[in-house]
Design a protein around this ligand. Structure first.
Ligand code: NAD
Length: 330
């Protein structure tokens, strides 16, 4: 099925990726977009005036029924989530997103939705394969035997399987992407749910503004990760949506950096050097993680490739504007 001409539903549209996705769906020719989030609309990162924007708690079955009615395609991104600081301290809240995913599948089937996209995460991967800084990139098959991130990762893995069984048992045509660390403008940059790229940018900007030239880094700075710019993420979502890829697939860059290198990069953008204080008891996640992109290259002849420098420079500029305007993150 094609997005062009389709009536689409974006769940979690008030969030970072959902907000960008609504715009991308219109750009791809969607006939209509229903944008739904549990947050009041004035707290959404982006509000597209063309969309049918509504506030619903999608943990509830009736709300999912209302949201799915009259749509052909569902992009299910709603989740109670954040960076490591949130995930490690809110496992039950993270797992309650199972209600949203399950009820959305039930509602999509009931309303004859033709295609269902689900945003899974690299947190589904077996932790034992992520103990070394010097990582072997994760292939899709590395999710099993299962030992995902406690709480958040287990919920994602369970919901991936629900998507699969809904396809196999009920013919609901599902697609699943495993996002690896997405960043960019119009996302969380303070308040406790922010992820490493935005948190580091904020800390560097604060150091610049206050003149206190120090930065706290969670962990020893040697942890390795890859970070995908939002424009690559939305392109990947649409391409996977349109594809015949039936199994969960990685959506991330394979440009691996240490957290120290990420700080170097932001210091360079800000033209500043800071004294680094390592907080070894802060949440820090796995030691190393990267995306093996063999499968996505094979299926789509494409992989996310916007460089970290380019993406971080744009994100820096946006967070700086927000801070200068005195706007708190939503
Ligand atoms: P986000 O927190 O900015 O957006 C999620 C949105 O879902 C929020 O606006 C939230 O209010 C909404 N939501 C939560 N519970 C809801 C409910 N009961 N009903 C309706 N809406 C509800 O997060 P994001 O970064 O945009 O992530 C989107 C999706 O991508 C999530 O499923 C997340 O797990 C997944 N993901 C994101 C990343 C990343 O790096 N950002 C990485 C891996 C996976």
């Amino acid at each position: 099925m094609k997005i062009q001409g389709a009536h689409t539903l974006v769940c979690g549209a008030g969030g970072f990726i959902g907000g960008h996705l609504v715009n991308s769906l219109y750009a791809a020719g969607a006939a209509s977009v229903r944008a739904v989030d549990v947050k009041p609309i004035d707290e959404w990162y982006q509000v597209n005036k063309k969309a049918d924007n509504s506030v619903l708690d999608l943990q509830l079955r009736e709300a999912c029924m209302e949201a799915a009615a009259g749509t052909d395609a569902v992009c299910q991104l709603a989740a109670d989530m954040g960076g490591m600081g949130f995930i490690e301290n809110n496992k039950a809240l993270c797992m309650l997103s199972v209600l949203t995913n399950t009820h959305m599948l039930v509602a999509a089937r009931e309303h004859g939705v033709k295609r269902f996209f689900y945003s899974s995460s690299a947190c589904v991967y077996n932790g034992e394969k992520q103990t070394s800084y010097d990582v072997i990139p994760l292939k899709e098959e590395d999710a099993y035997p299962a030992l995902p991130e406690d709480g958040y990762g287990w919920e994602k893995l369970f919901s991936e399987r629900m998507c699969r069984h809904y396809r196999e048992d009920f013919g609901l045509d599902s697609r699943v992407a495993r996002f690896h660390n997405v960043y960019g403008p119009f996302g969380t940059w303070d308040g406790g749910r922010e992820k490493a790229p935005a948190a580091i940018i904020r800390k560097v900007l604060q150091a610049k503004v206050t003149g206190k030239h120090e930065i706290e880094i969670w962990g020893d700075g040697h942890q390795t990760r890859s970070f995908m710019y939002i424009d690559d993420c939305t392109k990947g979502i649409l391409d996977i949506f349109h594809s015949n890829i039936l199994e969960p697939i990685n959506l991330g860059t394979s440009e691996l950096v240490t957290i120290n290198q990420l700080v170097d990069l932001v210091e360079d953008i800000a033209q500043i050097k800071l004294k680094r204080n390592y907080n070894l008891s802060a949440p820090r996640g796995v030691n190393g993680r990267n995306s093996d992109n063999t499968l996505i290259r094979k299926y789509l002849n494409w992989e996310p490739s916007i460089s970290l420098r380019e993406g971080m420079a744009k994100t820096y500029e946006w967070i700086e504007q927000q801070m200068l305007a005195g706007v708190a993150s939503k």
